[in-house]
Design a protein around this ligand. Structure first.
Ligand code: ZN
Length: 155
């Protein structure tokens, strides 16, 4: 597998633990979006794209994020402890695309972090204009970072 392009969009807040959003192109043919560069407690790492896990309201069957206290559809108060616990913590997200071996994980991590560091260097130059990538968007990430950090500490 060759990663033929990496796009990096740095986040703006200097203290953000979420440092950048990225997309990668595989073999000039296939794009994966929503990778993230995160400043973890044990160093910088690349997070794979993920989605929030949901479950169904016992009253109306509507889907809700696991942290939701009330059903989005009918307003029923939901059981706050319903999220499944793995190793004593809540898991709120699941990867939607990810490497299945460590060689591939390291390849992606290296390519993305190299492109990330180049972009950081560029951003320090006078007159730096951040690239405008319409396919890279900011998403809500606070609880995602906590999730990823606890996952890393497990392994
Ligand atoms: Zn409901």
């Amino acid at each position: 597998m060759n990663i033929t392009e990496v796009r990096v969009k740095l986040t703006e807040g200097k203290k953000n633990r979420l440092q950048a959003f990225c997309s990668i192109t595989i073999d000039d043919d296939f794009v994966v979006r929503d990778l993230k560069v995160i400043e973890g407690h044990k160093g910088t790492f690349v997070a794979m794209p993920s989605r929030k896990l949901t479950d169904r309201c016992p009253n109306c069957g509507g889907k809700n994020h696991l942290m939701a206290q009330y059903c989005n559809d009918c307003g029923t108060k939901l059981n706050e402890k319903r999220a499944s616990r793995g190793a004593g913590r809540l898991k709120l997200h699941a990867d939607t695309a990810h490497p299945i071996n460590s060689n591939c994980r390291e390849l992606i991590q290296e390519k993305v972090l190299t492109a990330f560091r180049e972009e950081v260097d560029k951003s320090k130059q006078p007159g730096y204009k951040p690239p405008k990538y319409e396919d890279i968007e900011d998403v809500d990430y606070d609880d995602l970072i906590d999730d990823l950090e606890s996952e890393k500490n497990d392994t």
